[in-house]
Design a protein around this ligand. Sequence first.
Ligand code: ZN
Length: 265
Amino acid sequence: MSGREAYKILGFKDISALEEKWRAAQRYNAFDAEKFNKAMLSSLHEIEVDLTPPDDLYVCPFCDKTSFRYQKREGEVFLACSSCGSNITLNDEVWKNPRRRIEILSLTSGYPGVYILRHLSVLYGKHDSQSAILDAESMEIEKAFHALSSPDENVRYRAARSLRIRHPPQAFGPVVAAFGSEPLAKIRVLLVQVLPSIGGTDAIPHLVTAMEDADPAVRKAVLHALSSFEGTDAREAVRRAAGEDPDVGVRTLAIHLLEKNSIKK
Ligand SMILES: [Zn+2]
């Protein structure tokens, strides 16, 4: 199990989400804190990842700095903080089990949930390349949203194509908006192809409207998109195109799709 999976179990998509929660949790009232602490402590047992810090430096439960180091003196193991001077002695059972160690430290802090989040963010935050990749990806997607309204048609084309490959759900609104203002048919075709995968059934009413597009190539793309849905609205739009579309190619495709779907049934 990776660090990323560890904080996913706690319900965080990445390390920055975890750190945000850690900061928010410090402002909790007593009631919320109690609930939060219980949830975090019980999730700790579901994490199968090694919780030992590689450099043996723990977060200090008293001052919150990463300066709690274990020491051995006359057969006794204890952790001491080089920042605030606090220390706690650990018995053997706790010392041998990294999970129990974190549990004891988190309980010592008086705020176990916050301690656990802090420990995980220190443990994985600095060494985690995954969150950097995620950030890069969401920046790429953000860039694609902006690019959809670029005056340069090549930029818009590439943006639409990149969204079709990645189909991020957050692109639904921007893609619907871009479709409404896109002058080039070949780009509207790409946008139509993106819609079902990012919008699910929410895409259906937009696709039904898009059947009024002036360009037959766009309407054909819409027919393919609509035939991927089971609903009556989608089927009705395909049936209407089969009988009424002004373009013979579109009508033929609609008839073909209706027959294919009825065979599937
Ligand atoms: Zn300290």
